[in-house]
Design a binder for this molecule. Structure first.
Ligand code: FDA
Length: 300
């Protein structure tokens, strides 16, 4: 019930645009690393100091105007320059819809190409985040097209899809982030039951660790992480073949612990004014995250 409520709120375009005007509210400031590039770079430096690498997301969705997509592209180019200028250990995560996928596919390809091209000059990786099912195939098409010219791109496979292993087999030679999946999808195409999603997630992780390129295992689930630790030990999979990823502000102690144990660790660092949809999806995933909101509202 709560999950559906927050998913609905995350897709409310009026609330999405209204929230932009008011800065970080409702506790979002503990899971969003500021509203501008300087604040994001400061957060990255702090994480880097603990041996944690970062992937930076300039928050934004529901982009239906060319000028908004171009502004997002310009901002991401500035982030790339800031990462380079500050010599911090970070790369980019981006969402195709923010760069115009809902406006025109070729327009989006051109925008993302410019970003990938600039990043390639600095040997920087660009992760193309995966959104809902409607955008899955166009996102794969985008990746197919860009990978003809560049090798610094990869994407995300969502374990809740029945066809996830098929997607992973096709993209096994890419740097892949494996996740459970954050959107509400129909039962015809996606598992709904947590146990089934978890089982498929483990299957994908094991498959890609044994067969694929570098694997980013993006989860806050300590049970999955313990399983992966045992699996890599048993199969002698070197630490440089994978990393764990978590979102900024979640399970901070656990993030530090994994990094201090010698595992590659990467924190997903979202920043910007367009925080609302991202924050609502986090509440949908884990209603206990409402504590963040409660603390913010009552600790005044
Ligand atoms: P899940 O929410 O299933 O929790 C499992 C268990 O872990 C919980 O029952 C609890 O015991 C524990 N736990 C979880 N969070 C906790 C917390 N904060 N504190 C204490 N215990 C906690 N999705 C997508 O569709 N496209 C994408 O591109 C991405 N990208 C992405 C990047 C990164 C770095 C991450 C971490 C996640 C994504 N996601 C994503 C989101 C992903 O699909 C998924 O929705 C969330 O990570 C939630 O699932 P988890 O695997 O984290 O655990």
């Amino acid at each position: 019930m709560l999950k559906d409520l927050f998913m609905g709120l995350s897709q409310n375009q009026f609330l999405n645009s209204a929230a932009k005007k008011y800065g970080l509210k409702l506790g979002a400031q503990s899971v969003v690393a500021g509203t501008n590039i300087e604040e994001a770079i400061q957060s990255i430096k702090e994480l880097n100091a603990h041996g944690i690498s970062c992937t930076v997301d300039n928050l934004g969705e529901f982009v239906f105007k060319n000028e908004e997509a171009i502004a997002a592209k310009e901002q991401i180019l500035k982030v790339i320059e800031a990462i380079h200028d500050n010599q911090v250990d970070a790369h980019i995560s981006l969402k195709p819809t923010q760069l115009g996928l809902d406006i025109d596919y070729n327009f989006c390809v051109d925008n993302v190409r410019e970003i990938v091209d600039r990043a390639s000059q600095y040997n920087m990786f660009i992760n193309i985040d995966m959104e809902d099912f409607k955008h899955l195939q166009p996102t794969f098409d985008l990746l197919d097209e860009l990978s003809l010219e560049y090798d610094n791109v990869g994407t995300v496979i969502q374990a809740y899809f029945h066809n996830a292993l098929e997607y992973l087999e096709k993209y096994q030679n890419f740097r892949i982030r494996l996740v459970k999946g954050a959107y509400k999808e129909p039962e015809e195409i996606a598992y709904q039951d947590k146990k089934e999603i978890d089982a498929n997630y483990i299957k994908l992780i094991e498959w890609h660790l044994l067969n694929g390129k570098f694997t980013s295992i993006a989860t806050h689930d300590h049970r999955i992480i313990s399983h992966v630790k045992e699996f890599v030990k048993k199969h002698n999979i070197p630490h440089d073949k994978f990393e764990f990823q978590m979102l900024y502000g979640f399970r901070k102690e656990f993030q530090l612990k994994l990094a201090s144990e010698g595992f590659n660790f990467c924190t997903y660092v979202p920043f910007g004014n367009d925080w609302y949809g991202y924050f609502m999806r986090r509440l949908a995933e884990r209603p206990q995250n409402l504590n963040l909101v409660a603390k913010q509202v009552f600790n005044k």
